[in-house]
Design a protein around this ligand. Structure first.
Ligand SMILES: [Zn+2]
Length: 65
């Protein structure tokens, strides 16, 4: 099981989740939408989706510090 990707947060998160509920609640809605959007594109096999998903996760991580 992966840990929450927020800095210094070691809360385990379920597969398919990026952050614990507490940190996820702090992520702006637009960034959540981007993560969901790129995850859906990745599932459809878009070659650039993996990098864009990681960038969206990085941006979300920065916004909860
Ligand atoms: Zn967390």
């Amino acid at each position: 099981m992966a840990a929450c990707c927020a800095t210094e947060c070691l809360t385990p998160v379920a597969p398919g989740h990026v952050m614990c509920g507490e940190h996820w609640a702090e992520v702006p809605l637009e960034q959540k939408k981007e993560i969901y959007h790129q995850r859906a594109r990745q599932a459809q096999g878009w070659p650039d989706a993996k990098d864009l998903l990681q960038a969206a996760i990085d941006a979300a991580t920065e916004s909860v510090q």
